[in-house]
Ligand binder design. Structure first.
Ligand SMILES: Nc1ncnc2c1ncn2[C@@H]1O[C@H](COP(=O)(O)OP(=O)(O)OP(=O)(O)O)[C@@H](O)[C@H]1O
Ligand SMILES: [Mg+2]
Length: 295
């Protein structure tokens, strides 16, 4: 799930997760780089670096790079003394500071592990679907390209082959896809079109869907809007205010429809729409409502 900051990535990721879980798929939503997390939608205080079941069939994890690195080292190094030495020396802190992208690499490594049918961690059970609530655009592209960068730098050896394996997971168009979340405004539409282009041509990942999120309802026909316009001249103060409010929403809904048409013209992937939910805070019930609208 990718897109600009604040467009609804986490909300749509959870809605998609609920939808898949409802269809019987064992699903996990992963959040990365300790962003604002899915758990608040479920009123869960803390998810952390372990798999927590939020609803039937729907799991969540917050992928912490330090923990991912630790787990990776534990899985790789069979020699106990060596592991202890590595941990004691706080090697990851040094390595991560000296190696740009290492945090992203081990994060993707953990996503890869979650997606394995034969899980590497003890007592790990397989998932049918792994949803990644990716960092906001810009970082998102770089994030997905990390394995390729490492594979190129390492050239040979285990880092090279493992990084290649991660890149293959990302670019495996049969099993991996991205969805872009967009808002019905001019800039987000432009950025989503550019993002789709970069995801396809620079990263080589499939773009399966673009979700136009937060669309206002079209409450009034053209004739009704004309009647409302007349009402703004009314003697009655309340009627005037109500008419103005109605007209303002009407014009917003119309400009959103214009952006929706622009988006449809500018992206290749199918565009799906999600309504704006007029609620103070979106919780699990709201996410379920959105889930019904996803397909
Ligand atoms: N369809 C919708 N209707 C109403 N409010 C929405 C809708 N989708 C998202 N929101 C609200 O918009 C805000 C941003 O949503 P969300 O946190 O999912 O975005 P995000 O893209 O994950 O943001 P960030 O980039 O900060 O992680 C939240 O308060 C969320 O409840
Ligand atoms: Mg988010």
């Amino acid at each position: 799930m990718t897109g600009k900051g604040g467009v609804g990535k986490t909300t749509v990721a959870v809605a998609l997760g609920l939808r898949a879980a409802g269809e019987g798929k064992r699903t996990i939503v992963c959040e990365v780089s300790s962003q604002e997390n899915a758990s608040h939608i479920f009123d869960h205080s803390e998810v952390g670096f372990h798999e927590v079941e939020m609803a039937e069939n729907l799991w969540s994890i917050s992928i912490d790079p330090d923990e991912s690195m630790r787990e990776y080292v534990l899985l790789q190094l069979k020699v106990r003394a060596m592991r202890d030495l590595l941990f004691r020396s706080r090697i990851f802190t040094y390595l991560a500071a000296a190696t740009p992208g290492l945090k992203e690499l081990v994060t993707i490594g953990k996503i890869w592990e979650l997606a394995q049918l034969d899980r590497k961690v003890k007592a790990g059970r397989k998932y049918d679907l792994v949803i990644v609530d990716a960092p906001a655009t810009g970082h998102g592209i770089g994030f997905l390209q990390t394995p390729r960068t490492f594979a190129a730098i390492a050239r040979v050896g285990p880092i090279h082959s493992q990084a290649q394996q991660l890149d293959r997971l990302i670019t495996d168009q049969e099993h991996t896809g991205t969805a872009i979340v967009c808002l019905p405004e001019e800039m987000p539409v432009n950025e989503s079109a550019a993002l789709e282009h970069d995801l396809r041509s620079e990263v080589g990942v499939a773009v399966d869907r673009v979700y136009m999120n937060g669309l206002y309802p079209e409450r009034f026909s053209k004739q009704e809007a004309e009647q409302l316009a007349k009402l703004t001249e009314s003697e009655n103060g309340l009627a005037r205010s109500a008419a103005r409010a109605g007209l303002s929403e009407h014009s917003r809904a119309r400009s959103q429809r214009a952006q929706l048409s622009r988006l449809r013209r500018r992206v290749e992937a199918p565009v799906k729409t999600l309504p704006f939910l007029f609620e103070p805070e979106l919780g699990v019930e709201a996410a379920r409502q959105l889930a019904k609208r996803l397909h």
